[in-house]
Each structure stands twice: as C-alpha cells, then as structure tokens.
Design a protein around this ligand. Structure first.
Ligand SMILES: Cc1cc2nc3c(=O)[nH]c(=O)nc-3n(C[C@H](O)[C@H](O)[C@H](O)COP(=O)(O)OP(=O)(O)OC[C@H]3O[C@@H](n4cnc5c(N)ncnc54)[C@H](O)[C@@H]3O)c2cc1C
Length: 383
C-alpha cells in the first residue's frame, strides 16, 4: 500500500525497510533476551541521521514530514519495538523543546539531539502517577536562579542510557517541565529488568535527590508542564506508537503466513484450515486499516489540520488494539512454537501489550474518542 505516498516518501520507505531488514531485525531477538540495546546500535541510528529525522533543518535535523517519520516508526516497529521506542521518546523530547523551548534552548539542545550526540528520555511517570500525569509529586523548588529537584521517576524508556531527561514535577506554580542532564549530581538511574515487552529498551527508575538545575532549563512557563509540554510530547508519541503498532501487525502477518505455509497437520498445510485462514484474514484487514488510519493522521499533521489530534488518537487506539489481537493470533497459529523461545511471535505478544498501556492506555483513548464524537455532533448542529 505505497501508492498514496509521494515519490520521496516511497523512496524513504524503501531505505527504512532495507535498514530494518538488514541491520535491526536479525538481532532483535538477541537484544530482547539480553534486555539491552548495545550502545553501537544507538550510535548506528544516530549516524544514519534517523534520530534527528523530524528535527528542523535549521537545527541540523532532517526536517522530514510526519508521514515520513511514521514510515520510519513503522519499519523500526516491524523489526524491533525497542528501537522504535527509542525513536519515540527521543523525538518526543526534541519535539517538546521545538514547540515550547526558547530560541536559546532550541539552539543549545536541538542540534545535539538531532545528531544523536545526546539521547533524550521522558521522565513523567512516577510510582503514584501514571495515566493522570498531573498527579506527579516530584518536588521543584526555586533556589536563586536555579531549581532543586527531588523525586522518583519510574518506567523511563532508555532511562538507563539517556543523556537528557525531560522531567515533570510540581512547583509552587503547578506542574512544571525542565531538562535535567545525566551528569547532574544527585541523579541516579536503575535498570528495571523482567519487562513483558520492549525488553531491550532499558527502562529505568530515575532518582533525583537534591538535583540543582539551572533556571534556563525550564521549558515553557512554570505551571504549563503537563497541559502544554507533556501534551505536545504525548501527541507525537501517540503518533509514532500508532505506527509502531502497524509494524507489529505487519510482523505478525509475515510470521503467521510463513509458518502456516510450512506447517502440516491432518495431512494438509495449516494455511488450508479455515479457522487458521480466519485469523490471517482478520490480521490482514487490521494491518491495512491501521496503516490507513496512521497515514491519514500523518497527512492531517502535515497539513496542520485541527482534526489531526483526533485522527492521531484514533489511529493509535486502533493500531495498538489491533496489534494486540494480531499478536495473540500469531502465537496461536504457531502453537507450541509460539509459546517457546525460537520464534519472534512471543516477542510481538509482549510488545503489543505495552502498546495498549503507553501514550494513553486503550481505556483513556476509549474515554477521549467519544468526546471527539460529541464535539463533531455539536459542530454539526451549529451548521
Ligand atoms: C514499557 C513501558 C515504557 C514506558 N515508558 C515511559 C516513559 O518513557 N516515560 C514515562 O513517563 N512513562 C513511561 N511509561 C509509563 C506509562 O506512561 C504508564 O504506564 C501509563 O501512563 C499508564 O499509567 P499506569 O501504568 O500507572 O497505569 P494507571 O494509570 O494506574 O492505570 C491502570 C489501569 O486503569 C485504567 N485507567 C486509569 N484511568 C482510567 C480512566 N480515567 N478511565 C478508565 N480506565 C482508567 C488504565 O487504562 C489501566 O488499565 C512506560 C510504561 C511501560 C509499560
């Protein structure tokens, strides 16, 4: 389904696909089992210019459009959801700075993020604050021109290796976002092992104890940390996670059609058993529908259409839940081999569970999407 792409987008897709097939997919199971992304792989993504692809050209990025970024997230997601999640969090941090940073903040941080000289991570969630990010309790107190940060952030993707943390805490003015560098005295990270999915993404606890951060690292006005800074980051994160879910759907479909074409039971290939075909037909339909929804969201984002927010949420919700269904069926089609360590569908199953939790859980999208439906009804009645 590449006919709807421009020539440049189609060419970019070809290159992303080759990169994912040659440099990522063959190693993804190893990284998954070792629960690590080797540093040279992060370097490779940076050297290929992939981490800075959506950053504006004036800051040294690739200045790509939203559709192209989505195609990259889809291909990385097909090969390795952990690397896709690196792209997601890194570009969320860069996007938050591009959207809400001052000129000097952009000039200072964006070229380094674009080149991948530093890796960004998003440290919002805490043991007691998940879906409701406004419930963060990390303390931010002014001390002269600086801020002192005390708190515990949890589930920070690539937190174990990132160089720059976008931290959201609570100041006297309300939720406030600021950038904290890894070498800040008082900052310590601790790898969380044993995750169900995106296991190579070095998810970490981040402890901040009396960290002194320059006032110039605060993004947007204090008080706007969740509504504006996290809001902008999450909107982009939803978009790339939606595309990453399309990648999981494609991977499930490829693995399942391969397996069903080689496995015989009851004297025929299992692909010829009707109930197996039903699972594959559903997967095929879901993969196409999810891709179209993500493409629509990308186009609306590129056109700066006000409908892009709703389209992004719809695409993420559909693609993530469809990836969950596809991964369950892919394991089923593989039988015992799907439950064992030798086929990648076990990894897809764990990764797909995460897709329905992060960047707005499936339930939060269910609650929010109905709101868009009622808003559209109100607009119809005004006309
Ligand atoms: C692998 C992984 C990577 C992550 N990476 C990051 C990261 O890089 N940075 C970061 O800050 N966080 C990260 N997170 C945390 C993630 O953002 C949270 O898990 C997510 O926001 C949900 O919060 P929670 O897990 O605390 O669940 P809760 O908010 O406690 O929700 C628990 C359940 O209740 C449901 N629920 C909650 N509120 C409602 C409601 N209003 N209506 C209906 N149902 C509701 C949820 O859907 C869910 O099923 C990551 C999580 C995982 C698993």
């Amino acid at each position: 389904m590449t006919g709807a792409l421009t020539a440049e987008q189609a060419q970019a897709l070809k290159e992303f696909r080759a990169f994912a097939d040659d440099r990522v997919a063959p190693h993804a199971d190893t990284w998954h089992h070792e629960q690590r992304t080797p540093p040279e792989v992060i370097r490779l993504l940076a050297d290929e210019g992939l981490l800075g692809l959506p950053v504006a050209r004036e800051y040294g990025g690739g200045g790509c459009d939203a559709v192209t970024l989505g195609l990259l997230a889809g291909e990385l997601g097909r090969a390795c959801s952990s690397l896709r999640s690196l792209l997601t969090v890194h570009t969320m941090v860069a996007h938050a700075i591009a959207r809400w940073g001052s000129r000097s903040q952009k000039e200072h941080w964006l070229p380094r993020l674009a080149a991948g000289r530093i890796v960004g991570a998003l440290a919002v969630s805490e043991p007691g604050a998940g879906s409701d990010a406004s419930g963060v309790t990390t303390r931010l107190e002014r001390d002269g021109d600086d801020w002192i940060v005390d708190g515990h952030k949890k589930w920070t993707t690539y937190g174990e290796s990132a160089d720059l943390f976008l931290v959201v805490g609570r100041s006297a003015e309300g939720p406030t976002a600021l950038l904290v560098e890894r070498d800040t005295p008082g900052l310590r990270t601790e790898l969380i092992e044993g995750m169900i999915g995106i296991r190579a993404s070095m998810t970490a606890n981040v402890y901040l104890e009396g960290c002194r951060v320059p006032g110039g690292n605060v993004l947007a006005r204090p008080g706007l940390g969740v509504s504006h800074v996290v809001g902008a980051a999450l909107d982009l994160g939803r978009y790339t996670v939606g595309w990453g879910s399309v990648g999981i759907l494609d991977a499930c479909l490829a693995a399942s059609t391969d397996y069903a074409s080689g496995r015989e039971q009851f004297g025929s290939l299992i692909k010829d058993h009707q109930l197996v075909r039903r699972m594959i037909s559903n997967m095929y339909t879901d993969a196409r529908a999810a891709r179209l929804l993500c493409l629509e969201a990308g186009r609306l984002r590129d056109e700066r259409d006000p409908g892009a927010l709703a389209a992004t949420s719809t695409a993420k919700y559909f693609a993530a839940t469809a990836a969950g269904r596809a991964a369950l069926d892919a394991v089923q089609i593989h039988g015992a081999n799907g439950c064992g360590p030798d086929y990648p569908v076990q990894r897809y199953l764990g990764d797909s569970r995460v897709m329905e939790v992060i960047e707005g859980s499936a339930q939060l999208h269910q609650v929010g999407l109905a709101e868009y439906a009622f808003q559209e009804r109100a607009l119809r009645s005004v006309r």
